[in-house]
Design a protein around this ligand. Structure first.
Ligand SMILES: Nc1ncnc2c1ncn2[C@@H]1O[C@H](COP(=O)(O)OP(=O)(O)OP(=O)(O)O)[C@@H](O)[C@H]1O
Ligand SMILES: [Mg+2]
Length: 250
């Protein structure tokens, strides 16, 4: 393995650290002076009403959107201002609120897209081996020759997670991975997330289902109007008055 390809291996303290983050759109403060820390090898939920700034937070961390001010670090490396591909190379990838798979491509071809814009391309055998290991890691078996069009919505979400893992990322941000899924598919996603934790990964999920948060997540951060208004263990945080008020106020 190349030197420096495991930036997380030498880390101490939080794996993600964000200070005074700001992002406005036409005067609307989507992220408003946000401070946030994510514990290494944990499962953290980001919750909050519609428009709280959750997706914008992911967009800014992953370099899809430029922040206006503030500082973001992964394992103490400043990532503020870096491009998405550089951030993936530093060990952080994301999935989207609406799955972004190409339906006219096979699962294999969709997985190959993880290496678009990347310097670390794999040989054919290496790629097959890696894909096999990724699906073993998440405990799912899937035929790579299948067209993405033949997958259920839940399976598409899992393939999107697998695509993140095709790069050696340590942190995965998932934007509403259970949205639109029935109970059985939600359960599969929960199992995948738990497997990822066992494999040493750090998982941050935006989630609206509080039962899922209480059951699958160790930490929760509540966002409202671009700010972090509460954080801690789900069973303690989710019953706080200010948290309930943020939801009722939506
Ligand atoms: N590209 C953009 N251009 C203009 N305004 C934006 C843009 N992206 C987000 N916003 C605004 O920023 C605020 C936060 O939006 P964001 O999508 O981050 O919320 P969210 O917490 O993910 O909500 P939801 O739960 O509905 O997905 C909203 O007021 C939204 O309208
Ligand atoms: Mg969102």
């Amino acid at each position: 393995m190349k030197a420096g390809s495991e930036p997380w291996a030498v880390s101490l303290g939080p794996i993600i650290k964000i200070k005074n983050l700001q992002k406005s759109f036409d005067g609307i403060r989507a992220i408003d002076n946000l401070d946030l820390e994510i514990t290494k090898n944990s499962i953290t939920a980001i919750v909050g009403p519609n428009g709280a700034g959750k997706t914008t937070l992911f967009d800014v961390i992953t370099g899809f959107t430029e922040s206006d001010a503030g500082e973001m670090r992964i394992n103490n490396t400043i990532i503020t201002g870096r491009k998405p591909e550089e951030i993936v190379a530093l060990g952080l990838a994301r999935t989207f609120q609406i799955p972004r798979l190409f339906k006219n491509l096979s699962i294999r071809e969709n997985l190959l897209l993880a290496y678009n814009n990347s310097a670390d391309k794999l040989g054919d055998d290496e790629f097959e081996e890696k894909a096999k290991r990724v699906f073993e890691m998440i405990g799912v078996s899937i035929d790579l020759d299948k067209s993405a069009d033949d997958l259920s919505y839940g399976q598409r979400r899992i393939v999107e997670i697998a695509r993140c893992l095709m790069r050696n990322v340590e942190i995965i941000l998932m934007d509403e991975p259970t949205a639109g899924l029935f109970q059985k598919a939600r359960e599969s996603i929960k199992q995948v997330i738990k497997k990822l934790k066992q494999a040493g990964k750090t998982i941050v999920i935006i989630e609206h289902d509080m039962e899922f948060v209480a059951d699958a997540c160790e930490h929760v951060i509540v966002m409202d109007e671009g700010k972090s208004i509460a954080k801690g263990k789900p069973n303690e945080v989710l019953k706080q008055k200010k948290v309930l008020a943020a939801y009722i106020g939506e």
